[in-house]
Design a protein around this ligand. Structure first.
Ligand SMILES: Cc1ncc(COP(=O)(O)O)c(C=O)c1O
Length: 390
């Protein structure tokens, strides 16, 4: 079948909620994706920050295939080894005390919200249910995580959403404090780098200010690391750039290396928040997914994280000051390029020229595989610079 025929079938049978680019992916190897016509693309999107070690990474593949051959699923009424190993590794690497496994970022945030509400009800009282999030934030597409998302255009058409969410002013600590004073808060949920909101890096003063408020007012600090986590910003989790200690951390995307995963991590004070029946997931902690995730996490060593910072800096240095580029925002290998041309037009031109990248609001968003070779990185950057200038 031709690419056009595949696209036609897609539009006939798949509910139309994605604006797809006209590329029918067929295979991938390392940082290169091949479409059904055999055209190759260097991938600076990595499946929206998911394929952390690229396509068909041999270490990840070997772990996944051997686990598939051994045992693919049991449900959570039995113990399985890969999820226990992954949980231990996550806790040892972060200092968090316990984790809960789900299948996606939205579910990880749902779990975070449930835990925060239960904790606040027990410790502060039944009326302390509200979660404060930030303007410009994105926390998922379920009815509850949409309510958490501080971008009101996502809310249209889907009312009524789950109640108990308010949105505070990003980067205005005084206004933010006013909101805190007026609400009965269970928790404050933030992304340290707002991904879907446009790769906006929160300032240390703002994040540390929020952490201080949480401490002073006995409010849980919750960090959404769905997009920023697992090495993407050059630290294991982006909150680690800020010297703050969250009570709850949610993550997903890049941890699975290409298979669906969600994780909610709890600090010591919340480690016993759930009792049997409080939360659940048929597939959460699936052994195949977790076997792959263990190989991702094991390789995010300090040396490797330093390489991410270095490559991110190299990308910035290359792009900064190039014709058609107004600036580069972001942290590590999660970058948002401000372009003179419309970001979507730059992405389309890149696709034509053999480079995949993403948009985030009015920026071109770059999230290459963390282990991309310097050669592929250089080739991709050259295509991008040309697309911005033409
Ligand atoms: C910060 C953040 N939180 C939550 C989500 C939702 O994750 P998922 O699509 O896996 O449900 C996303 C997805 O882009 C995200 O960027």
């Amino acid at each position: 079948m031709t690419a056009e025929q595949w696209m036609e079938l897609d539009s006939q049978y798949i509910a139309h909620s994605y604006g797809r680019f006209p590329i029918v992916a067929d295979a991938g190897s390392g940082s290169v994706l091949t479409d059904v016509n055999g055209k190759e693309y260097i991938d600076f999107g990595a499946g929206i920050g998911v394929t952390s070690f690229g396509y068909a990474d041999p270490v990840w593949k070997e772990a996944v295939i051997s686990q598939v051959e051994k045992l693919q699923h049991t449900s959570n009424v039995y113990y399985t080894q890969p999820c226990i190993k992954l949980a231990q590794m996550l806790c040892e690497k972060t200092g968090m005390s316990k984790v809960f496994f789900t299948n996606s970022g939205a579910e990880a945030n749902e779990c975070a919200i449930k835990a925060a509400r239960k904790y606040a009800e027990e410790k502060k009282g039944k009326e302390y249910t509200t979660i404060l999030t930030l303007d410009g934030s994105f926390h998922g597409r379920t009815v509850t995580t949409l309510a958490a998302t501080g971008q009101l255009h996502y809310h249209e058409m889907f009312q009524p959403l789950t109640t108990g969410f308010v949105h505070g002013d990003t980067e205005d600590l005084e206004k933010f404090k006013n909101t805190v004073r007026n609400e009965k808060l269970a928790g404050i949920l933030i992304e340290c780098v707002q991904g879907e909101g446009g790769v906006n890096v929160l300032s240390p003063a703002f994040v540390q200010g929020i952490a201080q408020i949480c401490q002073d007012e006995n409010i849980l600090l919750m960090v959404d690391e769905v997009q920023t986590g697992n090495g993407r910003t050059g630290k294991l989790y982006s909150y680690m750039h800020y010297g703050v200690e969250p009570d709850i951390v949610s993550t997903a995307k890049g941890l699975g290396g290409g298979l669906p995963i969600g994780v909610t991590m709890f600090s010591e004070k919340l480690k016993d928040i759930f009792a049997p029946g409080d939360n659940g997931s048929t597939f959460g902690g699936n052994p195949v997914v977790c076997a792959g995730a263990c190989t991702v996490l094991a390789r995010l060593t300090d040396d490797f994280l330093a390489q991410i910072e270095k490559k991110g800096q190299m990308m910035r240095d290359y792009l900064t000051g190039k014709p058609g580029i107004e600036g580069v925002d972001g942290l590590g290998m999660m970058l948002g390029v401000r372009t003179k041309k419309k970001a979507i037009d730059v992405v389309k031109a890149c696709n034509e020229a053999g480079l995949l990248c993403l948009t985030a609001k009015d920026k071109v968003r770059l999230m290459p595989p963390l282990n991309i070779s310097e050669d592929d990185l250089a080739k991709g950057l050259e295509i991008l610079a040309k697309a911005c200038a033409d």
